[in-house]
Write a protein that binds this ligand. Structure first.
Ligand code: CA
Length: 222
């Protein structure tokens, strides 16, 4: 899952980027509102964290601009403002939630999970055939036996299972699992698919990840 962080305070954006990457998200950072709008138009994000007080274009205006072309991406405001009228104003501008600064990272993560769950109408567990992923604890089981995945492997598997039964093109995989600093050499996907297949193989040698030659990958339970 790929997240855009729009935040001008470098200390906070670095902290968010590092923390979210540890949780297997791909993270892009925009240091002002204009850049935030630009990135949200160019890339496909699963969620946006938006600071309210930004130099130039304010967070409220960024939110309105994004909503004009994208009605579904969840937006969470990060704000030092906490009066009722401010939060109502923020939600009216199209945000889904807000979190007051300073916040605890655990609480932010919980709110992110709520938004991603609401978006997909899903529980905290993803299942496909003999594979089960717990999105809250990041534990993955094959035939009820736990396997260890790196954050990137976890993120790739999550994307494939969320899209089970659909072909995931290399472009979409890159867009959702890798961030904008990625050099767009998609062969890295094949490397990670191989890692995943090895770890997911059960005794019957099945991994349920199928290659669609020249296009991408698909996961289904046969
Ligand atoms: Ca700020």
């Amino acid at each position: 899952m790929r997240i855009l962080v729009v935040e001008d305070e470098k200390g906070i954006s670095n902290f968010l980027k590092d923390g979210l990457e540890e949780e297997a998200f791909a993270v892009d950072v925009a240091a002002d509102g204009k850049k935030g709008i630009e990135l949200s138009f160019v890339n496909e994000y699963d969620l946006i964290l938006l600071d309210w007080m930004l130099p130039g274009v304010s967070g409220i205006e960024v939110c309105r601009q994004i909503r004009k072309i994208n009605s579904s991406v969840p937006i969470i405001f990060l704000t030092a403002k906490d009066t009722v009228s401010d939060t109502v104003y923020g939600l009216d501008a199209g945000a889904n939630d807000y979190i007051k600064k300073p916040f605890r990272f655990e609480e932010l993560l919980a709110r992110i999970r709520v938004q991603l769950r609401t978006k997909d109408g899903e529980q905290n567990t993803l299942k496909l055939a003999n594979v089960e992923m717990n999105l809250d604890t990041h534990r993955v089981f094959v035939n009820s036996k736990e396997i260890m995945l790196t954050p990137k492997e976890f993120s790739l598997l999550e994307f494939l299972i969320r899209n089970k039964g659909k072909v995931c093109t290399r472009t979409r995989i890159i867009e959702h699992v890798w961030d904008m600093h990625f050099d767009s050499d998609t062969s890295v996907i094949d490397v990670y698919i191989n890692f995943l297949r090895k770890k997911l193989n059960d005794e019957s040698g099945k991994s349920f990840i199928h290659t669609i030659r020249g296009v991408g990958y698909i996961m289904h339970d046969e």
